[in-house]
Design a binder for this molecule. Structure first.
Ligand code: ADP
Length: 491
């Protein structure tokens, strides 16, 4: 009983452990996949935006090189229809001045750096200006950030994607797509300069993976799979235990032996019947012949000789049975056997019988091993029979009153096992005949169990005693000589 429960707990523990471990692995795999997807998208975004801003440098360089004539048609204004991100183009011819002081400062910077320079960055409105100093005219472009983003090549769905992307510049932030950033879970980040010195904006991307995004369906499948495998394993263990028990019972010879004894008894009744009938017929004939005047002595002699012959036959049948039951070789097979272990083995074999009758055996086993000299199988057979008898006796009392106690003790050179039960006990008459072969009070009984046990016990140099147990029930005590103790304390 304890073992099955132990297996259940171990199974449950293993299930929890393997499920958690598998869950962690699955979650990590999912997170790694999400992170890779995020980083790929962020790198694509960075490359696309970089390509765009580099294009602005090229446009400005072309303008400076071509130097369109400062006439009324203003051909440079046509750029706005070619590049939607260019909102307007301003020019400053030599001798003229910029309408805005910031444009003048940017032009000076551009002249020093020999590349376009930022003039007015206003991320709140999604605008910035780019100035390139040239001769004779310098140019300024007003850019629209929203149109800078190449939406047609964008790797994500800007409305629904959970990734937040923004451009950052000196504390200003312009959100390209807002994404979904919640609380809890895991956060991935990406931060990188655009690859253009003239427009040194940063691409900032982040992604929050919440608990709900973990692969719960897979984890559940995993947990069920593990549960199924463990349940199968437990069932296999149970089956194996049952098989072992059956094998043990067979080894103990209990089943086989009782069957053999049953057959033997039936065979013996059949074999005895014939000589006894003949004996009866012969002696009756003799009685009748002796009554005749004069008695026919030769015939009487013949009948008596036949009667003697039949009696011999009957006697040999009985002898054959005794030889089958006796085990004269027992004394030669004695070895040190630990009584506690023998009791546990027998209880294990009888576990189903105890369960069926709703009886929980109480054990009083000393912690120090009590080793006796015994033949292990014979010893187990005796304990087995005593326990089985106790269980059968308990069938006659209500479930609540059923008790079996097994006590092991060592005393005066003898190791003892006492089996007591709370059954109906025995009358004095039953007590006196208990160990007789074929004595039974049970309808299905053979009456051979206790006589066999006593034969086995005495064969091993021990004894088996029965007594009434107060206030009620029976008590059987098996005593066997203790095994000599080896120097290091072990039998
Ligand atoms: P069987 O069990 O086949 O009857 P046994 O030799 O084991 O043969 O038992 C002989 C008889 O002893 C039983 O029929 C029963 O009357 C009595 N007996 C044995 N054990 C107990 C017990 N624990 N309580 C009461 N009676 C018992």
């Amino acid at each position: 009983m304890r073992k099955a429960q132990q297996h259940r707990w171990i199974g449950l523990l293993l299930w929890g452990l393997i499920t958690v471990l598998g869950g962690v692995v699955l979650a990590r795999m999912e997170l790694a996949q999400q992170r890779e997807a995020f980083e790929t998208d962020a790198r694509i975004v960075h490359r696309l935006l970089s390509q765009r801003v580099v294009q602005h440098d090229a446009v400005m360089a072309t303008l400076a090189l071509l130097q369109p004539a400062p006439n009324a048609s203003q051909p440079e204004q046509r750029l706005t229809s070619l590049y939607p991100q260019i909102l307007s183009v301003q020019r400053r011819d030599s001798g003229a001045s910029w309408p805005d002081e910031r444009l003048r400062v940017a032009e000076a910077l551009s002249r020093a750096l020999r590349r376009p320079a930022l003039a007015d960055v206003d991320f709140a409105r999604g605008r910035y200006q780019l100035v390139l100093a040239a001769e004779p005219a310098s140019f300024a472009l007003q850019m629209d950030l929203r149109a800078v983003v190449p939406w047609s090549e964008w790797p994500m769905a800007p409305e629904t994607s959970p990734v937040r992307v923004s451009l950052a510049y000196e504390g200003q932030d312009w959100v390209v797509q807002s994404g979904r950033l919640g609380e809890g879970g895991w956060r991935f980040g990406f931060h990188k300069h655009l690859a253009a010195d003239s427009q040194p904006f940063d691409v900032v991307a982040s992604r929050q993976v919440g608990w709900r995004e973990l692969p719960w369906a897979w984890m559940l499948t995993w947990a069920s799979l593990v549960a199924a495998v463990l349940a199968g394993w437990l069932a296999w263990l149970r089956q194996r235990a049952a098989r072992r028990r059956a094998e043990e019972l067979l080894r103990l010879g209990q089943v086989a032996r009782l069957n053999t004894l049953g057959e033997l008894a039936a065979g013996m009744a059949h074999e005895l019947n014939q000589p006894l009938t003949a004996l009866l017929a012969n002696t009756q004939a003799c009685t009748r012949l002796l009554g005749e005047e004069p008695p026919d002595l030769p015939v009487i002699r013949g009948a008596m000789a036949q009667a003697v012959e039949q009696a011999r036959r009957a006697s040999s049948v009985v002898n054959r049975l005794r030889r089958a039951v006796e085990r004269p070789d027992l004394a030669a097979q004695l070895q040190a056997v630990e009584l506690q272990q023998a009791v546990r083995n027998a209880l294990y074999l009888l576990e189903p019988e105890f369960k069926r009758r709703e009886v929980a055996p109480a054990l009083a086993l000393p912690t120090a091993p009590v080793a006796v000299l015994a033949e292990p199988v014979a010893l187990e057979q005796i304990i087995h029979n005593l326990l089985m008898n106790a269980l059968q006796a308990l069938e006659q009392v209500p479930v609540k009153e059923r008790q079996v106690t097994v006590t092991v003790q060592a005393e005066g050179g003898q190791g003892g096992i006492t089996v007591t039960d709370s059954g109906p006990g025995m009358t004095d008459e039953v007590l006196a005949r208990l160990f007789e072969p074929f004595f039974t009070t049970r309808e299905a009984g053979l009456g051979l169990g206790l006589s066999l046990c006593e034969t086995l016990a005495t064969g091993m140099g021990g004894s088996l005693k029965a007594a009434q147990h107060a206030p009620r029930g029976a008590e059987f005590r098996l005593s066997l000589p203790l095994a000599p103790v080896a120097p290091e304390g072990r039998p």
